[in-house]
Write a protein that binds this ligand. Structure first.
Ligand SMILES: [Zn+2]
Ligand SMILES: [Zn+2]
Length: 1075
């Protein structure tokens, strides 16, 4: 995998030599460097991943989705898996880590919960915090009420550290465990942390400070422990803890007095009050069993034991990778025993299983340990799947909050996820794929004025701490949304973007427990009564600063019950999509979505975290896996080919499958290598087509709709001339393909930037007077005008405003010689906004009797990130959101499918622990170990490096710097002229006909197959071919190309009847191997 240092030096020299040359895409890593690296290392892509492979897989995924059946029954049991700090980037990285452990490339691997049928996003902020901790978040997802950070089981009326308010029962909120016990269900908790730690404590405790795990901890805060029960006491002595059938985890010392020595270590207990709470538990549970080792647990007489308390370590259990000496059960083993114990319960059970040390490994800056803990967590989920029946057991997997780890750089496909990216930074030193925004790993980042050279460091060692930008003893949580994965009864209630406290309300509904609306009440046919049950939340509907309008338990219960009602009323639109509007936020990572939401709210004068983007409200959400056939981290070219043509391919290439050779013209012209896009399919069905973008219309994303190129940079013949040996007379550049070839020449609407790419050098730009770029003397704008006698060409907002839509057939708008200006820098330009272009594009296409397909790209979100300018990226995202709102206003969701997604992620994180309403673009409020503040938003790499460190190598003090200025570059840890993309999954948001086909975790190319299915275009499965009867649907597979799919159809559906319970054989069931 690793290149020789000689080769790296060579490629970097080449990279520097080309700096300043007007290459087609100046913002992405240099193609020459990549080509040289490829020659040195060889391609890592699996050779079998050609168009046929991806088409078959895409069609299978559609069938898979169509075969998915809701389980609309009561959940007898709930198993709730909480990956503490399991951010979406952790999920993506753990998936790759799992695959690579098994000797595969890795990116194509699936975690068990990746296969769950329903996926949603969870908004994790707390009532007083932009970035959550595990205490307030546990209160949200377990009790259904958001509250202040560091407090558990109480609402926001409680003051932190205030024992008196903790004792007020009016402020207590009960957890799903209390609700379950009231319904005579068994309950239990399993964790790898202390059982008194924040997450498990969320199931049973009411505390004004999460640290009060025992009376010794309370003594530091001067709390009278005789009045204010500590967490260990509450577990053993109070409801619902004392009734738990299963308690497994660490934390023995918190239950025993100083006078008692630990059974394993001989160390003293921690309690100052002399209580032996373990002895108390044993006395209270005469038919129970207390165990302290793996041997005792696996030999437990489950049938003869009524309840089990297992405390396997004095404090947290050891990290899996450091547990070889300990006689500890694994999380999987604990989960198995817990389920066996609870399966004895006649009325079912609710079980919490926490992978608690994912979080702590991240805090330690040790990504490998975090990924291994996530892997162990996944094994526990597999065990639960095998031991339960999805017909009666709801399994939920989610996280409480994110972390600051990113997957950065452009590592090749199959590159060791724990290794170096493979390309050098501008200081000629390598950098790791995984890194943190802050934390103890800063010692492996920038030290003593220079960046640490990791060339000869084993970054894959268990003990290695991934580099971090800001020095902190403990890496901080992240503020971006986390994912929810669900399977079983009512799992379909997770398919949107939700406030985190909604989760508890769904659990209550599904299992028919708790005070809220219940599935069982609906079955009783008492619909009206059930409607009345839902508290109104109108009084609180306007989000206000918490200080003025407290977000207490009433508020959160009310809003969540209303959200649940909305979810229950949601009806999939089972119709053909006459129109499709596909919105692509280039580089719009999930962190970008979360940040843009807060930015939007703060622009409106609110705290911000509670704001919703237009597409946050879309009914269906999914996750999209963005890697390409030869790249762990995608670019916009290979990803456009995936989501527009339904085929994953090599990085930097467009409209061709992976048989193409990068920069090789003859392989570009080879018809067998070319793949067509949704636009070609739509035109074959006599639909209108169009593209709108803020970038050049020849840039990677828009050209994905019409071009076939072996190098995305070949936007015109001038760009081609920079690559040796490219004959532009035989190898059409992208601008030529748009004007001369199908489907581009048939587009009804083309709007964006890039005029200079269409005009010869002899011609001056109408706006700037600068020369055109083309060497061949061709004026493609004139050619387009000739070809479209009833068309209209415009170059400014003024001209666009004057267009008489009714009288023209086509519209070409090129508003800038290159990319259109950033919105925040466009005041001088006579440019339409993305919203304005979108409105006119839709009006043009609404003239089409057979409907239309329109691509709208917010293309400069990506470029602002590359520039390290987070504010500009967020503003571009808001502009995209306004365009989405315009589309919703102009269309009917009954016949128009609207999809919003991104092509790939970026390396921006929301880090630190800023307070609720803290300016998102400002300082986090916390100090690094160097005594200096740091910004909430930062990048893993990029040009902001220069504003991060001064010439002496010390971190610049930002105290008096206006970090909210348009021109400010957010700090970055690695010096790279253009910040890189990120490798974590991105989100899909959908509304309209067949939007319901987006509700899981998918390979990115699946999107094109769904669009074709929904609009009944293309060669594959179509909604219109499906014969729907009252009870079932038969899929007609029309083309021989998919003969193999016909053969596996029955197996797939059969698999779904069983809901893929036997996961181990699913590969056979699906008939699809790994890549
Ligand atoms: Zn944490
Ligand atoms: Zn980019």
């Amino acid at each position: 995998m690793m290149y020789s240092s000689k080769m790296i030096l060579l490629t970097v020299t080449l990279m520097l030599a080309l700096t300043g040359v007007a290459l087609g895409d100046e913002q992405h890593r240099d193609s020459a460097a990549r080509a040289a690296a490829r020659a040195a290392a060889g391609s890592n892509r699996a050779v079998t991943e050609d168009a046929a492979y991806w088409n078959q897989l895409g069609q299978q995924l559609v069938l898979d989705e169509l075969g998915k059946q809701r389980i609309n029954s009561q959940a007898k049991n709930i198993i709730f898996f909480l990956g503490d700090g399991m951010s979406i980037s952790t999920v993506t990285a753990a998936r790759i880590y799992k695959g690579q452990k098994a000797g595969k490339l890795g990116e194509e691997e699936q975690l068990y919960f990746d296969r769950f049928p329903y996926t949603a996003l969870s908004r994790t902020y707390c009532t007083d915090a932009q970035v959550a901790d595990s205490a307030c978040s546990a209160t949200a997802y377990l009790c259904g009420v958001k509250t202040d950070t560091d407090t558990i089981g109480i609402d926001a009326n409680v003051e932190f550290n205030n024992c008196t308010t903790q004792l007020d029962p009016a402020f207590h909120v009960d957890s799903v465990m209390s609700w379950a016990q009231a319904a005579n269900k068994g309950t239990g908790i399993v964790t790898t942390t202390r059982v008194t730690h924040a997450t498990p404590a969320g199931t049973y405790a009411h505390v004004a400070n999460r640290d009060w795990e025992d009376d010794y901890a309370q003594s530091f805060d001067g709390v009278d422990s005789t009045i204010c029960d500590d967490i260990a006491e509450q577990l053993v002595l109070s409801n619902p803890g004392k009734n738990f059938k299963v308690i497994l985890g660490g934390g023995r010392a918190y239950f025993t007095p100083r006078t008692m020595t630990d059974i394993e270590t001989g160390a003293a207990g921690r309690r100052r009050d002399g209580q032996d709470l373990i002895g108390q538990w044993v006395a209270d549970h005469p038919t129970g069993k207390y165990v302290t080792s793996r041997d005792e647990l696996v030999n437990l007489d489950v049938a003869g034991t009524d309840s089990v308390l297992g405390l396997f370590s004095p404090a947290h259990m050891e990290y899996f990778l450091e547990s070889s000496a300990a006689n500890n059960p694994t999380l999987e083993e604990m989960t198995r025993t817990a389920i066996q114990m609870l399966q004895k319960e006649a009325n079912g059970y609710v079980l919490l299983v926490e992978g608690g040390r994912i979080d702590q490994a991240h805090h330690d800056g040790r990504a490998k340990l975090a990924l291994e803990e996530a892997f162990q967590f996944d094994l526990a989920i597999a065990a639960a799947l095998n031991m339960t029946d999805p017909a009666d057991t709801l399994i939920i997997v989610t996280a409480d909050h994110s972390h600051t780890m990113t997957i950065n750089g452009y590592p090749d496909r199959g590159n060791d996820i724990l290794g170096l990216v493979g390309y050098l930074a501008t200081d000629l030193k390598p950098y790791t794929t995984l890194s943190y925004a802050n934390g103890p790993g800063s010692v492996n980042g920038y030290l003593g004025g220079v960046r640490v050279d990791l060339t000869d460091v084993d970054t894959t060692a268990d003990s290695f701490r991934q580099p971090a930008l800001v020095p902190l003893s403990s890496e901080s949580h992240g503020g971006d949304d986390v994912a929810i994965f669900a399977l079983g009864p009512q799992a379909h209630l997770f398919q949107g973007v939700y406030e985190q406290n909604y989760i508890a309300h769904v659990m209550g509904y599904a299992a028919c427990i708790g005070p809220g609306v219940k599935f069982c009440d609906m079955e009783g046919g008492n619909a009206d009564e059930y409607h009345n049950r839902i508290p109104l939340h109108t009084a609180r509907s306007k989000n206000q600063n918490r200080a003025e309008n407290k977000e207490d338990a009433v508020f959160w219960k009310g809003t969540a019950q209303a959200l649940l009602q909305k979810e229950l009323d949601k009806k999939p639109i089972e119709a053909q999509a006459k129109n499709i509007i596909f919105f692509l936020g280039d580089g719009m990572s999930i962190a970008t979505v979360t940040a843009a939401r807060i930015y939007k709210g703060q622009k409106a004068g609110n705290t911000g975290e509670e704001e919703q983007l237009t597409f946050d409200k879309f009914p269906y959400t999914a996750l999209s896996r963005t890697y390409c056939t030869d790249a762990q981290v995608a670019d916009s070219a290979c990803s456009a080919t995936a989501y527009l043509c339904g085929v994953k391919t090599d990085i930097d290439t467009i409209g061709l499958d992976s048989n193409v050779i990068y920069k090789n013209c003859s392989t570009q012209n080879e018809k067998a290598n070319q793949v067509s896009s949704i636009m070609a399919w739509a035109q074959a069905a006599n639909k209108g087509t169009g593209i709108v973008t803020t970038t050049r219309v020849t840039h990677a994303t828009p050209s994905g709709t019409y071009a076939h190129v072996a190098n995305r940079d070949w936007e015109d013949d001038y760009a081609q001339s920079l690559d040796d040996g490219v004959d532009s007379t035989t190898c059409d550049d992208i601008a030529e393909q748009l004007v001369r070839n199908s489907p581009g020449k048939n587009f009804k609407v083309i709007m964006g930037g890039g005029r200079a790419y269409f005009t010869p050098q002899e011609q001056q730009d109408p706006e700037t007077g600068a020369a055109g770029r083309r060497l061949d003397g061709v004026n493609l704008v004139e050619e387009w005008k000739t070809k479209h006698p009833k068309g209209k060409y415009v170059t400014s907002k003024n001209e666009l405003d004057k267009v008489d839509i009714a009288t023209i057939d086509e519209l070409l708008g090129l508003f800038s010689p290159a990319h259109m200006e950033y919105f925040l820098e466009s005041s001088a330009a006579n440019n339409p906004t993305l919203e304005e272009m979108t409105r006119i594009a839709i009006q043009m296409l609404q003239k089409e009797t057979n409907g239309y397909v329109l691509l709208v790209e917010g293309g400069r979100i990506d470029q602002a990130h590359h520039d390290g300018r987070a504010k500009l990226a967020l503003e571009e995202t808001i502009q995209l959101d306004l365009a989405v709102a315009a589309a919703l206003e102009l269309t009917n969701t009954e016949d128009t499918l609207i999809i919003v997604t991104a092509d790939h992620s970026h390396t921006m994180t929301i880090n630190g622990y800023p307070e609720r309403g803290n300016n998102l673009l400002g300082l986090s409020g916390d100090m690094g170990n160097d005594g200096k503040p740091y910004t909430t938003l930062s990048y893993a790499n990029g040009p902001g490096f220069n504003t991060t460190f001064d010439e002496n190598g010390t971190r610049i003090d930002l105290t008096n710097v206006n970090t909210t200025a348009d021109g400010y570059l957010q700090p970055s840890a690695v010096p790279i002229n253009s910040e890189t993309h990120g490798g974590d999954d991105v989100a899909i948001f959908a509304i309209g006909p067949q939007a319901q086909l987006f509700q899981g975790v998918y390979e990115q190319h699946y999107i094109a197959h769904v669009m074709a299915y929904a609009a009944c275009v293309g060669d594959g499965l179509k909604f219109c071919d499906a014969k729907t009867s009252s009870s079932s649907r038969t899929i007609v597979v029309p083309y021989a190309l998919f003969a193999k799919i016909v053969m596996v159809t029955i197996a797939v559906i059969d698999c779904h009847v069983k809901d893929c319970k036997i996961i181990e054989t699913e590969t056979d069931c699906k008939g699809s191997g790994d890549g």
